[in-house]
Ligand binder design. Structure first.
Ligand code: ATP
Ligand code: MG
Length: 427
């Protein structure tokens, strides 16, 4: 029966291991292999005198990244990493890796990201790359746990829609039998409709945006952690978001220590800071940074990250002009045209937008017209608020954005298994 490598360190006697050959060394009379599986690495040691001739020869022939099965005995060893090694008795090659490998998968690999992404399946043989996706898995699990503790209901929503959810132009059009349809750019309208009966709803939703710009923060296919709550204003859901991210970070700190160490990341539970859009603008003026008018500029987001490191900065009371039609307008103390919308900035980049929504049909129609959109294109959405819909608020966090900002990784593709950007459609 197969033993995972991490468990072998607590065992004695004979074991059967299966995994990939990470590295090999030939010192003449003694040959080493480093075997890896999902749980760890162990040294396989073949002394010329202590193993059969057949095994000694075979050890020399196995190419790196080949998959093998080894039966051997465990031995204490001061020199071997982890204090144990395996003396092989039987070796079976399950799958040979062809040589040369198209990318360098050693621990010190310098292969550049685009090339690595071309061979992502092989890139995933690397511990460091696995660490990223193990952390991402813990992130999603922690998100679900948090939401369920919060009383949330997990939902799934359609990805094929008949019209734009926000009225932007950055949609992928598709043929839907005799009609035209689009790939969803957000589950906004659906989660709102659901929150008006189920109160607290959440989902992990895939979004498609036909944005042409190729940046290190944008993908054309991304995932969002979405939340919507009935009877809530924006401050209530900002607090949920703050606690949610803090919970996620804590879980990752606790459960992914090894992975964080491998990536050399010292995670801190984020602090929370609230400021109005006007306050953010004043702050930028003070630091001589262009703030942006209706939206925070990229430089302003970056500055907020410098001023408040390891902090989630909520910028609220956003000018209504900078927010989509479904965000609730509100008036400032001096009559400014503000909104219940907010953005959350984490280590210098927006990780989330959210806010209180418009739940009053007449106001929705007015807001749509103001944005140059046709209320008739949003009929079923508007109608959903005609028969008893409470006020409600919510947010969406980019899964990959949260990963990059939490781990300090520059390029969003690094934390995306199989990224879709303007130039990349495979693998
Ligand atoms: P940005 O201004 O940064 O392009 P946005 O305001 O267009 O983002 P929202 O519609 O507010 O994005 O989406 C909610 C969240 O989803 C964002 O805060 C971000 O974390 C993430 N997100 C949005 N667009 C993308 C994208 N193209 N690639 C990756 N993540 C994205
Ligand atoms: Mg946004």
């Amino acid at each position: 029966m197969r033993t995972y490598i991490s468990e072998a360190f607590d065992k004695k006697g004979k074991v059967e291991l299966q995994g990939w050959v990470h590295d090999s060394r030939d010192l003449g009379k003694i040959r080493f292999l480093v075997l890896k599986d999902i749980s760890g690495r162990i040294q396989i040691t073949a002394h010329k005198e202590k193993v059969s001739e057949e095994i000694f020869k075979l050890v020399d022939k196995i190419t790196n990244e080949s998959v093998i099965k080894i039966v051997g005995s465990l031995k204490e060893s001061k020199q071997a990493p982890g204090g144990k090694e395996v003396i092989p008795e039987k070796i079976e090659i399950i799958a040979k890796a062809e040589q040369p490998l198209p990318i360098d998968v050693s621990d010190r690999s310098k292969t550049e990201l685009p090339k690595r992404l071309d061979y992502r399946f092989l890139d995933l043989h690397r511990q460091k790359i696995q660490a990223i996706f193990k952390i991402e898995s813990t992130l999603m699990q922690a998100y679900r746990e948090f939401m369920i503790k919060e009383g949330g209901i997990e939902a799934v929503f359609p990805s094929i829609i008949s019209s734009s959810s926000e009225g932007g132009t950055e949609l992928f059009k598709m043929k839907y039998f005799e009609k035209e349809a689009y790939l969803s750019q957000s589950c906004q309208l659906y989660k709102q409709m659901l929150a008006c009966s189920m109160e607290k709803v959440f989902t992990i939703f895939c979004v498609w945006r036909a944005e042409k710009h190729n940046t290190v923060r944008h993908l054309n296919e991304a995932r969002q952690l979405d939340y919507e709550e009935g009877f809530a204003d924006e401050f209530k859901v900002m607090d949920v978001l703050a606690r949610c991210v803090q919970y996620i970070v804590k879980e990752i700190k606790d459960k992914r220590k090894e992975e964080l160490e491998l990536l050399e990341v010292k995670l801190k539970i984020p602090k929370i800071k609230y400021m109005t859009f006007a306050e953010a603008c004043d702050l930028m003026k003070k630091h001589k940074v262009h703030a942006g008018k209706d939206d925070l500029s990229t430089e302003a987001e970056k500055k907020l990250g410098e001023l408040y490191p390891d902090t989630i900065v909520f910028v609220h009371d956003w000018p209504i002009i900078g927010k989509p039609f479904y965000i609730m307008p509100k008036e400032g103390k001096k009559g400014e045209k503000l909104s219940g919308g907010f953005d959350a900035i984490y280590n210098g980049v927006e990780i989330s937008s959210g806010g209180q929504r418009v739940h009053i049909p007449e106001l929705l129609e007015k807001r749509l017209r103001e944005k140059g959109l046709k209320p008739k294109d949003f009929k079923s959405y508007i109608d959903s608020f005609r028969y008893g819909a409470p006020h409600h608020s919510g947010w969406g966090v980019g899964l990959e954005r949260l990963m990059t900002q939490m781990l300090g990784i520059a390029n969003i593709r690094e934390v995306t298994l199989f990224p879709r950007d303007r130039d990349r459609l495979t693998p």
